[in-house]
Design a protein around this ligand. Structure first.
Ligand code: SF4
Ligand code: SF4
Length: 475
């Protein structure tokens, strides 16, 4: 029996039916981080535990964040105050009042451990870009500490009737708003960008009027998938379960369609299981109970697809980051490690399993095109920051220019807050300048919110690498 538990999982069913087991190789050094789950300060609803056990002889566990079942002392004690994390933090660079990741992580953890200190409210200024994780030479689990602290701050210290809490909850639950808007996509797209509406949204909710709301697709990815009759290729030996996330479903179904066509070109059977939000915007806003609810749905349905022989692929690098790293760090749900080990970013998976270089060697783009490529911070954290450049460098008619390693500044919902808007644009300035200096006037990135910021700062059209792959190998 197929378990479909997505609260509203609309239109589209898993097309998988019994399959041979298939093993996957992991990416060198890019596998899920092996950190103990701290359960995000929220109770386990499923009770199962696949998380690592700490060595009880090493020290007595100290439960700093109530509700979590393991502590982070090992990570906190590994910090030797080198400040590499602080110098890599894009928020600290533009916001003098932000104390930086070292304070948010190990220092706050120690303060909390000493006595029942409140969490400093500056934790809400961390954008969860996770660049500090990458910068730390001592493997301190900074983003895990930040997510824990933010979750506790929101749960225990934030006023639930405040405008900030309500605004953040709406932003964190984008899937709910997008689902409603997609019932009247043209009206919603018009209304959300209508001047007086935007003025009112800024005044009442603190959503900056400068931002352009993304258009809602007149046909969602799942509607398209259902209308085409699901998978066109049946292949029990090559199966992938697509985690499309909210944005590819409601706003840019062309990315999901490109993924399907490319994967079917390579002989894969694509499955589209019921699914919720990956939780990325919820982690960044400290809404860990909401994130857990969606994680339970995702783990259940994606693990079922894994059982049918599929690996899980995501076209958004923040979604793959969430499923492979943040889930096992924060939640203790039966099957979560299995999902983490079987999750890949979509282009990454093809590069591992197919001869993409060989396939692309003789290909060319009909109309020559130059791209300004930005690697999202979450792609960087998974070791994927050069993949688009490497994939397309030998394709005739394609010129791919990497615009550097700066953060785009939007960080999901961070740049959608009035009080953060100017900082978000200041962080993105370096990327905008490099894009403008690059030869091309089309941007490329794997992250939908980085794409928003790139378009907002330069006016360029932005594409996903899967769309270019479709143009080069399928068309
Ligand atoms: S996650 Fe990003 S914004 Fe937050 S502390 Fe780390 S580097 Fe700074
Ligand atoms: S980079 Fe790591 S070791 Fe250095 S100060 Fe930050 S947390 Fe501590």
């Amino acid at each position: 029996m197929t378990r479909h538990t997505a609260d509203d999982d609309e239109r589209g069913e898993s097309n998988g039916t019994g399959a041979a087991d298939r093993t996957t190789s992991d990416v060198d050094g890019n596998g899920p981080a092996e950190r103990p789950a701290t359960d995000g300060g929220v109770e386990s609803a499923t009770g199962g535990s696949d998380s690592m056990e700490l060595d009880p002889d090493a020290y007595d566990p100290v439960d700093v964040f109530p509700g979590g079942d393991l502590d982070l002392r090992e990570g906190a004690d590994s910090c030797y105050k080198c400040t590499s994390c602080d110098t890599s933090c894009p928020v600290a660079e533009v916001d003098d009042e932000f104390p930086g990741p070292k304070f948010q992580g190990p220092e706050q953890w120690r303060l909390k451990r000493k006595d029942d200190h409140d969490i400093d409210e500056s934790i809400m200024s961390c954008s969860n870009c996770m660049r500090c994780d990458d910068a730390c030479p001592s493997s301190v689990p900074l983003s895990q500490m930040h997510n824990e602290a933010r979750g506790q701050f929101v749960e225990e210290q934030m006023e639930k009737l405040s405008v900030e809490y309500v605004r953040n909850r709406i932003l964190a639950n984008y899937r709910t708003s997008a689902r409603l808007a997609s019932m009247f996509p043209k009206t919603a797209s018009f209304a959300m960008n209508f001047g007086p509406v935007r003025w009112a949204m800024e005044k009442t909710m603190g959503i900056p009027k400068e931002r352009d709301f993304p258009e809602f697709a007149t046909e969602t990815f799942r509607e398209w998938w259902k209308a085409r009759g699901g998978a066109q290729v049946q292949n029990p030996d090559k199966r992938v379960a697509y985690f499309h996330g909210c944005y590819s479903n409601y706003n840019t179904p062309e990315v999901g369609k490109a993924m399907v066509r490319v994967y079917e070109h390579f002989g894969y059977e694509v499955m589209v299981p019921p699914q919720g939000c990956s939780g990325t915007p919820m982690f960044a806003n400290g809404m860990l109970k909401d994130a857990r609810r969606h994680a339970e749905t995702n783990v259940e349905n994606l693990v079922e697809a894994i059982g049918e022989g599929a690996d899980v692929i995501a076209s958004c690098t923040s979604c793959s980051m969430s499923l492979r790293q943040e889930y096992p760090e924060l939640f203790d749900i039966h099957g979560i490690e299995d999902l983490s080990e079987h999750t890949f970013e979509a282009l990454e998976y093809l590069r591992i399993h197919e001869d993409l270089d060989g396939e692309l060697a003789g290909s060319s783009l009909a109309d020559e095109q130059s791209f300004a490529y930005h690697a999202p911070c979450h792609a960087r954290n998974q070791g994927l920051d050069r993949q688009a450049v490497e994939t397309f460098r030998d394709v005739d008619g394609v010129n791919m220019e990497d615009v550097g390693d700066s953060c785009s500044g939007i960080s999901g919902t961070y740049g959608w807050k009035e009080e953060k808007y100017e900082k978000s644009m200041a962080i993105g300035e370096e990327m905008f300048e490099h894009m403008e200096a690059a030869e091309g006037d089309v941007g490329m990135t794997e992250c939908p919110t980085c794409a928003m910021q790139m378009e907002h700062g330069t006016g360029y059209e932005i594409k996903h690498p899967l769309q270019l792959l479709e143009e080069t190998v399928v068309a």
